[in-house]
Design a protein around this ligand. Structure first.
Ligand SMILES: [Zn+2]
Length: 680
């Protein structure tokens, strides 16, 4: 069950600063606010530390090289998670994913998590964000505190280029602004698929990933120059970081999200600006320190800035395989040169001597005690409700799947006995990625084949079982689907995912008495799950419980990517119940939303007629096209309105209704007393 159309954009435009006309003789003015520097945060998606200068040696990234040369570079900076949304949530909140509760894309950052943007706005900053990838769009919760949150990536697209994003950021910088600015720009280009624009495609024919990085670097240069020009003499603080890297084959991982090795967790990070020393630091730091660093640069000191030397071990996690596949949860920590990974067992590496993490020292070298304790005490998702943010809706899941992300929407109660370690499951990654893409494209046969292969090697993979069952159901293979659903239920008897897709399966095959209780159970734990709401509405409608069906559809309106269609459905049900007022309200809202594409003019006209709004009824009925299946009824109703309005051409109208009548309207016309004596 999919819903079309883009999400409503929540671009938040704050009211312009109210400036009173100058009163030159006013005696006592309040003290001017402290002069705060303009702040720029640039986040580079999917960018490995060794893909940027000075680690990248071919000169592909001159803009980053220039920034690193005049700023402070961190050679051991770590993402908090190898996934876009959790990592950015950490940068803006200062919390690890265990603290802010977002462990994977497709979750929504809870409203109670404070963001640096809100504080900067309190300090008098004009705040704007320009993001380039779907995982950061405003429904996922990072827009809070931004005067402007530009996530207009374009209908049906999941990313926009660094060039487009930079153009839009530069337009904002060109606007007059008396306040200091906080600008966050996010570039998504290096995320796969790798398709650099020219001339970078030709410059990097054998390494399109690096081509994407080089294209992005060019835009970084343009952005930094424009930002510093706009900041004028005020000075500027600049932080540039990747949200995570890319596996590129390291330890068997091509992309990112499933493992915790250096290629995905160690990221490029530079801080530059007035008062920032230059050079390179080798002590481990975390991207979650970006928040305190921005506040420090703004003159609002906070604990944990990157500009002070740290001490505590730096932590990170990769929970996607745990949440989706029921593999071991993964936690890492770095202290000095030691990196400890907990995932079913411990791995220990000396990342200075062995940056490729080829030699596991666990069992031969004792880990630093503070490091071992921090890694052991890091909380797992699902341990308490606070550590697990609510999942996003169905439309969000579909679009994330098109980026290769599967979203489970639930946390397991406990680590399953004998759960596999992600590091040992790398041969499955390609099939899991391909299956997610095929599923998002609607190629269920191909997706099913890939999920079969995964399950053959990983029989406890809940996500693969649920998605395979959904594929079989969508392919019309009812018996096979039920068998796989049964298998998924054995993997996790309390899984909401299984109930959800099994409920939709029964609905598809007309078994509403089975679908109803399953979808009810889903909505008890996930009240905002759109497909379950819509599915249960269908169940109620088929059971003849139209009022409940309409109420469910009305509940779906704010969650839906196409609220107008939900309103039409709810309105038509209210109409069948004889509830003219609510039916009319729903259809009128739908017409406002759908504008030219609104198709329910007949129903709207009938309702307006019933409400005695005759002129509006006339206009609505006149919009029913002549060749439309509703045309005979529209002609009949239009004739009624014409008589009631006393229009001069009412006889013509009644004749036209007779001439264009079908069996139904012929009977109605014959019995219509309004028409008596009007025309024969
Ligand atoms: Zn990312």
């Amino acid at each position: 069950m999919s819903v079309g159309g883009p999400l409503p954009r929540r671009i938040v435009l704050a009211a312009a600063l109210a400036l009173t006309a100058g009163c030159s003789r006013e005696p006592a003015r309040p003290a001017p606010p402290p002069e705060r520097p303009a702040l720029l945060l640039v986040t580079l998606d999917t960018t490995r530390a060794d893909a940027l200068a000075p680690e990248e040696k071919t000169g592909a990234t001159p803009a980053f090289a220039a920034l690193a040369a005049r700023g402070l570079r961190f050679a051991q900076a770590y993402a908090t998670a190898p996934t876009t949304l959790p990592s950015h949530a950490s940068m803006l909140s200062g919390l690890y994913p265990a603290g802010h509760g977002v462990h994977e894309n497709g979750r929504r950052l809870p409203d109670h998590v404070p963001l640096v943007t809100e504080r900067l706005r309190e300090l008098g900053y004009a705040t704007a964000a320009f993001v380039s990838g779907y995982p950061l769009e405003s429904p996922f919760g990072l827009a809070r505190g931004f005067d402007l949150y530009d996530d207009e990536i374009g209908d049906g697209r999941v990313e926009r280029s660094a060039r487009e994003t930079t153009d839009r950021a530069l337009a904002w910088l060109a606007r007059a602004e008396t306040r200091p600015r906080f600008l966050w720009v996010h570039y998504y280009d290096p995320h796969e698929p790798y398709a650099p624009p020219e001339p970078f495609r030709s410059r990097f024919p054998h390494d399109p990933y690096l081509g994407e990085i080089a294209a992005m670097d060019q835009e970084l240069g343009r952005l930094v120059a424009a930002f510093e020009a706009a900041a004028g003499g005020r000075g500027a603080g600049i932080v540039v970081a990747a949200d995570h890297g890319e596996g590129r084959g390291d330890h068997g991982e091509m992309l990112h999200g499933n493992l915790l090795y250096q290629g995905v967790m160690r990221v490029p990070l530079v801080v530059a600006g007035a008062g920032v020393e230059t050079g390179t630091r080798g002590d481990p730091v975390s991207l979650r320190q970006v928040r305190a660093t921005l506040l420090g640069l703004a003159g609002d000191p906070a604990d944990g800035t990157l500009l002070a030397s740290g001490g505590a071990p730096v932590l990170g996690e990769a929970m996607q395989p745990y949440l989706n596949y029921r593999w071991q949860p993964q936690v890492m920590g770095v202290a000095g040169r030691q990196k400890l990974i907990r995932s079913g067992r411990l791995e220990l590496y000396d990342v200075f001597a062995d940056p490729a993490e080829a030699h596991d020292l666990a069992g031969t070298v004792p880990p630093d005690r503070a490091l071992a304790r921090a890694v052991a005490e890091y909380p797992l998702p699902g341990a308490s409700p606070a550590t697990s943010a609510p999942p996003a809706g169905e439309e969000e899941r579909r679009r994330l799947a098109s980026l290769g992300y599967l979203v489970s929407g639930e946390a397991p109660g406990a680590v399953p006995e004998g759960a596999p370690r992600a590091a040992e499951m790398t041969p499955l990654f390609a099939d899991l990625d391909a299956a997610a893409h095929a599923f998002a494209r609607g190629d269920y046969a191909r997706a099913a084949g890939r999920f079969e292969r995964v399950l053959a090697r990983d029989g406890g993979n809940l996500m693969a079982a649920v998605q395979l069952a959904a594929c079989r159901s969508l392919l019309g293979q009812e018996g096979e689907a039920l068998a796989v659903f049964a298998r998924a239920r054995r993997i996790d008897p309390r899984s909401v995912e299984v109930r959800h897709y099994l409920g939709l399966h029964h609905l598809k095959y007309g078994q509403v008495e089975r679908a109803g209780p399953l979808l009810e159970a889903v909505l008890e734990s996930q009240p905002d799950r759109l497909a379950a709401i819509e599915g249960l509405a269908q169940v109620r409608a088929r059971e003849g419980r139209l009022g409940e069906a309409a109420a469910l559809l009305e509940r779906a309106v704010p969650l839906s990517g196409d609220p107008g269609t939900r309103l039409v459905e709810a309105g038509l049900l209210r109409m069948r119940l004889g509830e003219t007022g609510p039916a009319l309200a729903a259809l009128e809202r739908a017409r406002t939303l759908h504008r030219e594409s609104f198709r329910r003019h007949l129903e709207l006209g009938v309702l307006l007629l019933a409400a005695g709004r005759l002129e509006e009824a006339r206009d609505a009925l006149d919009r029913v096209p002549s060749g439309h299946p509703d045309a005979p009824m529209a002609l009949f109703k239009r004739a009624q309105v014409s008589v009631l309005l006393g229009e001069p051409d009412r006889s013509e109208r009644v004749r036209a209704a007779r001439a264009g009548a079908d069996d139904t309207t012929r009977r109605l016309i014959a019995g219509e007393r309004l028409f008596e004596g009007v025309a024969h």
